[in-house]
Design a protein around this ligand. Structure first.
Ligand code: HEC
Length: 238
């Protein structure tokens, strides 16, 4: 008697487990919930799922775009610096650093990157190397222009050189030849190279990974960033 009741319960539990398991196989858990494990999911699929903006995949390599998104959005934190300002990096209700709505804050519980500033550049890191007549270092606009090429029309060769060597094709802050005047970098800083930008770390990525980043940056929406005194952030979208 006892035994049969026990086995009945065990049978029901096993059946329930089987249903849950079958459900998971048919409909595997996806990456929506934040902080969940996605061990089985490829970087490409994960990358495509976490991109915070609509992607233009037309004429582009989906695998590369997905991998590029994974590197940019899950590892490289490119938008942490290449956004306009920490206060506009997330939407009004999607800033995970703020108190949530149950504690009097605006955060609604789901992190939401602000698409209006995504990789559009403009973060001002202040006078460099410190207070004084030195230029401000400002992150650049990485979004594609009307040519469809990222970073305002850069070729892949140029992009690769930037990521491998830190070369500043725009020569925004050359090394001073005379007294510092607010536009040049004092020696020993090499004004021909990007400062603050972590290219000495990114240079360790493979060519294929940098290619994936480039492909991803070509698939995101164009942003024309308008900041007084920073014409290099402007971008021709149409
Ligand atoms: C710690 C902040 C930081 C992070 C993280 C960062 N960047 Fe940068 N990046 C900068 C800054 C600042 C500049 C401009 C530096 C200067 O003017 O000297 C820059 C410049 C660049 C440039 C040169 C743009 C041009 O017009 O020549 C490229 C390309 C670039 N970053 C790509 C990336 C990519 C891709 C990632 C992510 C994989 C990334 N950055 C992550 C801060 C950052």
């Amino acid at each position: 008697m006892l035994l049969s009741r026990f086995s009945k319960a065990a049978g029901a539990a096993a059946a329930f487990a089987a249903i849950v398991l079958a459900g998971m196989l048919i409909n595997p858990p996806r990456g929506q919930a934040q902080g969940d494990e996605n061990d089985g999911e490829s970087k490409v699929e994960r990358g495509l799922a976490i991109a915070p903006v609509p992607l233009n995949l037309k004429g582009r390599n989906r695998e590369l775009v997905g991998l590029g998104s994974y590197i940019v959005n899950a590892q490289g934190d490119c938008n942490g610096c290449h956004t306009m300002d920490p206060s506009t990096e997330y939407t009004a209700t999607g800033n995970p650093y703020l108190l949530d709505i149950h504690h009097g804050g605006p955060f609604k519980g789901k992190t939401q990157v602000n698409p209006k500033t995504y990789l559009g550049g403009g973060s001002d890191f202040g006078a460099f190397p410190g207070p004084g007549p030195f230029p401000h270092i400002v992150s650049r606009n990485l979004t594609p222009d009307k040519t469809g090429r990222p970073e305002g029309g850069r070729t892949f060769q140029e992009f690769l050189t930037i990521m491998k060597t830190g070369k500043d094709y725009d020569h925004l802050h050359p090394t001073c030849t005379g007294a510092p005047n607010g536009t040049c970098l004092p020696a020993p800083f090499n004004g021909e190279l990007l400062q603050i930008m972590p290219w000495p770390t990114f240079q360790n990525m493979s060519r294929d990974e940098i290619r994936a980043i480039y492909e991803y940056l070509s698939a995101i929406p164009c942003i024309d960033t308008v900041v007084a005194g920073q014409p290099q952030l402007r971008n021709v979208c149409q």
